[in-house]
Design a protein around this ligand. Sequence first.
Ligand code: FAD
Ligand code: MG
Ligand code: MG
Ligand code: MG
Ligand code: MG
Length: 552
Amino acid sequence: GSLVAYADAGPTNGVPSIASTANVDEKKKKVVVLGTGWAGTSFLKNIKDPSYEVQVISPRNYFAFTPLLPSVTCGTVEARSIVEPIRNLVRKKRVDIRFNEAECYKIDAENRKLYCRSNENNNLNGKKEFVVDYDYLVIAVGAQVNTFNTPGVVENCHFLKEVEDAQRIRRTVIDCFERASLPTLDEEDRKKILHFAVVGGGPTGVEFAAELHDFVNEDLVKLYPGLQEFVKITLLEAGDHILNMFDKRITTFAEEKFRRDGIDVKTGSMVIKVTDKEISTKEMKNGEISSMPYGMTVWSTGIGTRPIIKDFMTQIGQANRRALATDEWLRVEGCDNVYALGDCATINQRKVMEDISAIFSKADKDNSGTLTVKEFQEVIDDICERYPQVELYLKNKQMHNIVDLLKGSKEDVAKESIELDIEEFKSALSQVDSQMKNLPATAQVAAQQGAYLAHCFNRMEECEKYPEGPLRFRGSGRHRFRPFRYKHLGQFAPLGGEQTAAQLPGDWVSIGHSSQWLWYSVYASKQVSWRTRALVVTDWTRRFIFGRDSSR
Ligand code: FAD
Ligand code: MG
Ligand code: MG
Ligand code: MG
Ligand code: MG
């Protein structure tokens, strides 16, 4: 439909004319989006209502496809292929979207002001700072690397979070090989320089270790003959297993594959200090401390809170949390018109037990003081929507319907005659809240939240007319927004050698070459633009034919 509208408007390049909207501008509500990562970009891609004026603020003027960052570290994919300029993404939209390359360093929710600063190295004669007002604020600034205050990490380790990090790692790997080839060195020196330590056995650390192993064994051995015997990759993990968020079968397969590949997997080993030459670890079992020399260390142990979020949480009474708490509609608790999503936020899921009396009395339509199966069945869908843990509980306990749940407290009666009073109702539902889990900090969650929130903004008017109640009942005819629901589509763990482990919904596990092809196709399809999709596929093809590029 939009094409037709523009054709009527005269010669445009698909860009809406600003002049024609100038008089409505005053009425336009201003939405400010902080961040152009997974959450922010997904919001921008999905916002459609032209009655908003959107301003985007981010220190990076591009979106980066983070799942392919580990591939950038070894040149399997080029950095340019996984980034898309944000201005490209919003250019053709009918919504008025502006971008400023700057970092927001302070949020003042009381006065609805954002304090921003353009990037450090811009010399603007003291004109670096500016203040932005908003009607609605969407916080999507993500998280930063967590060093757990381990001494020496910031100074001596590489991180793998941003595109620049991946490029730096790539240069350093090659650097190590060049240095190790110099004729002046003895064997010990070569071993030190070619020792690559990876800290953190999560998906990123594991994928990087696998990628590096392939790079060394498929490409570098041919270019640096004689060095292979000195190369060592160590993967350090404080927990008992690597990839502990995955199914056991995947963990075991990965550990065994790495062992066969010669990657030294040291579990139960916590890094306590890193100097410019050595990395010190403590064995979790016996507290034994040891040190080993390294050539390069990559630190990938999870995420921490950005300073701006810490400061904001203190302001709004959410101190001492890891992430901003929101309700299920992604509204930040304790302030108006502020939304947070992605890695900088967590949803405070309501507990059934907190609302149990309200649920009971709503369900008990005839005010008899007891609930019949029929009464309960009429509200169960709404309860499951508002409290997803109920559905999870039924599923995990392999109960097929709520009658099973209610029967638990009244075993000996036929299902038609089950009637529960409030105490019995409480005890039937007493375990369901234990099913609540925080959503993982992943691109999948962030992207779904961005799309969800944009959808809410597109229907905001409708929502303001019909604000949601605590529970919606069938037939009440009220429109409102459903709370955010995450749909898990599965997870990959690339393990090198063209093998990938995939864990799909329903605990379906697949490991090997076939999942590697699934991985290629999913990651190609998830690209934000046809341009990056073409680039990524070209990079993969180039790598298959010519191998990876090993110039610095
Ligand atoms: P980000 O994507 O980090 O975006 C934050 C944005 O905010 C950035 O644009 C940043 O520049 C900007 N910003 C920062 N500070 C400010 C400020 N003060 N003011 C304004 N803007 C600011 N997830 C998966 O689901 N699958 C994977 O395979 C996967 N692989 C990964 C591999 C790596 C190497 C990494 C690092 C992450 C991976 N993830 C993966 C996780 C995924 O990238 C994150 O969960 C996701 O990026 C979170 O999205 P976000 O929008 O919250 O934050
Ligand atoms: Mg973002
Ligand atoms: Mg991102
Ligand atoms: Mg989150
Ligand atoms: Mg009743």
